[in-house]
Ligand binder design. Structure first.
Ligand code: NAD
Length: 490
């Protein structure tokens, strides 16, 4: 334990950056506050351009060695990182819950196992990554997946370690080095990951973590000329700022952004399933980019759907996310709660009806917002068009399939869409017309890491997942060799 250690539920976390295989403190700090009770978890090193420059230099120095490390050895080390994550699932889960207030049970059973899986999946995918050689007039074409160099990865607070490792694992598997800048509201599990990776034998400088604010540490990292890739998950305005910075150096970027995804419920759907799918959208207190926050229901079943939905939503248990029985915890920050309530109150002032919820849950104190369903909302209204990022859903009705598709596509986003229908042909017809990176039919949130993941329109730029991740994190090279090769030319 040092003056740079904080303790969360008995777990020690180093509060300094991790640069070039060493802990580095900054002169200034920022306070990490727990959304569980508003208590200060500790003072975190606040990175500036100085730490950003040092981290990029460390990543650049480590790059040739890591890039030249045989694929099998890189994969072995990534599996060792996964082993380390699995050994510390309990620590990671409880620390993450104190930092971002998502459910402890889902951190334990879903999120942290998935963090380990991120490393295992991309380690294994690397080993089968290939492109068959092909011939052009007797010449052989060989495509190779060359590592690109130092990658800057910038991540949000709603699923901190899961989203960070979804980027770190393929970037490292590809032979790149990494500088991660976790969100300032949730820096802790990234620090634990740095320890785990070092223990697993990841060489110094291959993974670096710089903490701090977006406008300071983040901006200095994405503006650095030695960076070869930037992968960002977060909001649209930040993506625009990062896009402008990266354009100056022509650095390829991958953006996974916000959404306003629809759930289309047709009269031929299994109504119980449709209601379950709708209520699931309150997961993580509505702070899920993929959430289908716009429920579109066929007119003939709208009353019955709304009645059953209200019943189910009322049964959700709101409370401490460490409690196994809790369904919805608090939101992340007082600013976020205020933002959520602002959307709801403006919608109500404009004529919306809160048939479920509509206010903060003051019985619980703190940062809880009641699960909310708004009806009587206009398609062009703020609450239908803008991402709320809280437990707030809207419900609109449609008369025809054509109208359903038109409403579904009528936003500036295109991250995901969910359909509830009993008609296979309808599902195919509607899916073909939807603008969305992922469509779920009669299910939600089923994710396979080999699938392309990303958003259309302002929900993102590019796709990651499986081979698509390696496309992004590699410089693809085609080598053309003459028919006689090099033997006769020596
Ligand atoms: P945000 O854009 O405010 O911040 C995200 C990260 O960017 C943070 O680490 C922040 O410090 C950093 N940042 C801010 N300004 C920066 C700058 N100028 N340069 C470099 N970095 C900068 O987003 P948030 O509020 O943390 O996250 C919520 C958003 O993320 C929502 O819009 C949500 O939909 C989106 N999200 C998308 C996905 C996806 O996969 N599509 C997943 C989760 C969250």
């Amino acid at each position: 334990m040092t003056e740079h250690t904080l303790t969360v539920a008995g777990v020690a976390v180093d509060t300094r950056h991790w640069i070039g295989g060493r802990r580095v403190a900054s002169a200034e700090t920022f306070t990490d506050v727990s959304p569980l009770d508003g208590s200060a978890l500790g003072e975190i090193s606040r990175g500036t351009a100085t730490e950003a420059v040092a981290a990029v230099a460390a990543a650049k120095a480590a790059f040739p060695g890591w890039a030249a490390t045989p694929r099998a050895e890189r994969a072995r080390i990534l599996h060792a990182v996964a082993d380390g994550v699995e050994k510390r699932i309990e620590d990671l889960a409880i620390v993450e819950t104190h930092d971002n207030a998502a459910l402890l049970r889902s951190h334990r059973r879903g999120v942290m196992p998935r963090v380990a899986h991120n490393f295992r999946f991309f380690a294994d995918w690397l080993l089968k990554l290939d492109h068959e050689d092909f011939e052009t007039r007797g010449h052989t074409n060989h495509v190779s997946w060359d590592p690109a160099g130092p990658c800057v990865l910038i991540t949000p607070w709603n699923a901190p370690l899961m989203l960070a490792t979804w980027k770190i694992a393929p970037a490292l598997a590809a032979g790149n080095t990494v500088i991660l800048k976790p969100a300032e509201w949730t820096p802790l599990t990234a620090s634990l990951l740095a320890d785990i990776a070092a223990d697993a034998g990841l060489p110094a400088g291959v993974l670096n973590v710089v903490q701090g604010y977006g406008a300071e540490a983040g901006n200095a990292l994405v503006s650095h000329p030695d960076v070869r890739r930037i992968s960002f998950t977060g909001s649209v305005p930040t993506a625009k700022a990062i896009g402008a910075a990266s354009a100056a150096n022509l650095v390829p970027t991958s953006f996974e952004l916000g959404g306003k995804s629809p759930l289309l419920v047709f009269a031929d759907a299994d109504l119980d399933l449709a209601v379950d799918l709708a209520v699931e959208q309150y997961d993580n207190a509505g702070q899920v980019c993929l959430a289908a926050t716009r429920i579109l229901v066929e007119e003939s079943i709208a009353d019955e759907f709304t009645r059953r939905f209200a019943e189910k939503a009322a049964a959700l248990k709101q409370g401490d996310p460490r409690d196994e029985a809790t369904d919805l915890g608090p939101n992340i920050h007082p600013r976020q709660l205020e933002k959520i309530d602002g959307f709801v109150q403006r919608a109500i002032a404009a004529g919306a009806r809160a048939v479920v919820g509509g206010t903060p849950n003051t019985d619980l104190g703190g940062l809880y917002y009641r699960p909310t369903l708004l009806t009587d909302v206009a398609q062009d209204s703020e609450v239908v068009q803008e991402e709320v990022f809280g437990p707030v859903l809207t419900l609109q009705t449609f008369a025809t399939e054509r109208e359903a598709v038109a409403l579904a596509n009528d936003t500036r986003f295109g991250l995901a869409a969910t359909l509830a229908t009993g008609d296979h042909e309808r599902a195919e017809r509607v899916t073909a017309q939807l603008v969305a990176g992922t469509v779920w039919v009669n299910c939600f949130f089923v994710r396979d890491l080999q699938a392309p993941f990303g958003g259309s329109r302002q929900s993102g730029v590019g796709r990651e997942g499986g081979t698509w991740s390696f496309d992004f994190y590699c410089d693809l090279k085609n080598t053309v060799t003459a028919p006689k090769g090099w033997q006769d030319h020596g």
